[in-house]
Design a protein around this ligand. Structure first.
Ligand SMILES: NC(=O)c1ccc[n+]([C@@H]2O[C@H](COP(=O)([O-])OP(=O)(O)OC[C@H]3O[C@@H](n4cnc5c(N)ncnc54)[C@H](O)[C@@H]3O)[C@@H](O)[C@H]2O)c1
Length: 308
């Protein structure tokens, strides 16, 4: 099987780690990283890197045709909090970007396409009733993915990620960003001012689990994939105060203040927990990290970076 892979949005929080994992799994030469920005870290510059605006459909089609791309991971998006600042621009990038990728993938007989959705498609009762432009674009995108599968047979697969937590790359403007920022501030300042209130429980996931889920979904035989809109996946749910307590167990004296801003209203509309039994049944999804093990691992990695 020919395996040339294109990752669009490769400089982002997820893209930088997924690109690294795909290169490790499939070989450096088989994975091309692309983003609207110049390459930001050595892991991208070490392999093939292309500057690409996903809204430039002509250039995208050229790359796919001339590089023999067979698998696309389309991660480029404007995230929930940033999208609320400029809804029209977010809609264009999130929606037109996806439509460009779907069309090019269909026309050039791409074998597999991965595109992430989000828990932002839900309201707090877990009904599909998005309350943000980001959530609306993800819900519409899920329908488009299903349409391209049913109408054109495109093997498109998707996950509804919860808030992602990582130590390598800073988050990109989402409502769950506090759960990453808190670790940096805890180590640097011994305290953090949280933009959500203390009781706001949300579904979260540590990046190694998000990467493993993505690889497992894409490795699953097509016959196992029964959902072509997007699969729910879950790992842990916690509130800011629970995360602060956990960090405080490692860093005595850590102090948290709460100063909710416009992101509180977004978080209030999202579910606290996600039912992911379909992913567990269809392709064996199983998380590795919980709040305790994720916190310990984040602090160990960030402390090591501080020492370097
Ligand atoms: N991080 C999370 O908590 C989370 C949760 C649920 C879903 N997701 C989804 O996962 C995907 C990746 O998220 P992320 O956290 O890595 O986001 P991010 O903001 O960190 O990264 C997005 C990347 O896309 C690039 N990009 C933006 N516009 C582009 C364009 N026009 N052309 C090419 N590249 C462009 C940006 O430069 C950036 O490097 C997104 O689709 C996001 O909606 C993320």
């Amino acid at each position: 099987m020919k395996l040339t892979i294109l990752v669009i949005g490769a400089c982002g929080q997820l893209g930088s780690e997924l690109t690294r994992a795909l290169r490790k799994k499939h070989g450096w030469k088989n994975v091309i990283a692309a983003d609207i920005h110049p390459a930001t870290d050595t892991s991208q510059r070490d392999g093939l890197y292309l500057q690409l605006d996903v809204l430039n459909k002509k250039k995208l089609a050229y790359i796919v045709a001339h590089r023999g791309i067979k698998h696309i991971y389309h991660l480029a998006a404007v995230l929930s909090a940033t999208a609320e600042q400029n809804p029209a621009r977010a809609w264009e990038i999130n929606m037109q970007g996806l439509l460009n990728v779907l069309e090019v993938a269909k026309d050039h007989k791409v074998q597999q396409l991965f595109w992430p959705s989000s828990i932002a498609v839900f309201d707090k009762h877990c009904d599909i009733k998005p309350s943000t432009v980001y959530g609306i674009s993800k819900a519409a995108g899920e329908n488009w993915c299903q349409y391209y599968f049913e109408r054109y047979g495109l093997d498109v697969r998707s996950l509804r990620y919860p808030g992602l937590i990582s130590h390598r790359t800073k988050p990109g403007g989402g409502t769950t960003d506090y759960a990453v920022d808190i670790f940096h501030q805890a180590i640097q300042r011994g305290g953090y001012e949280c933009f959500l209130n203390k009781e706001t429980t949300l579904p979260m996931m540590y990046m190694p689990d998000a990467v493993n889920a993505t690889l497992a979904l894409m490795d699953a035989p097509p016959a196992n994939i029964h959902i072509r809109s997007a699969y729910n996946i879950a790992a842990m749910s916690f509130s800011p105060v629970e995360l602060a307590d956990e960090i405080g167990g490692h860093l005595p004296g850590f102090e948290m203040n709460y100063c909710p801003d416009f992101r509180q209203a977004i978080a209030d509309n999202w579910p606290k927990h996600i039912d992911d039994q379909n992913a567990r049944r269809d392709w064996g999804w199983q998380e590795t990290y919980n709040l305790e093990t994720m916190t310990a691992d984040m602090l160990a990695h960030l402390n090591q970076k501080e020492l370097c």
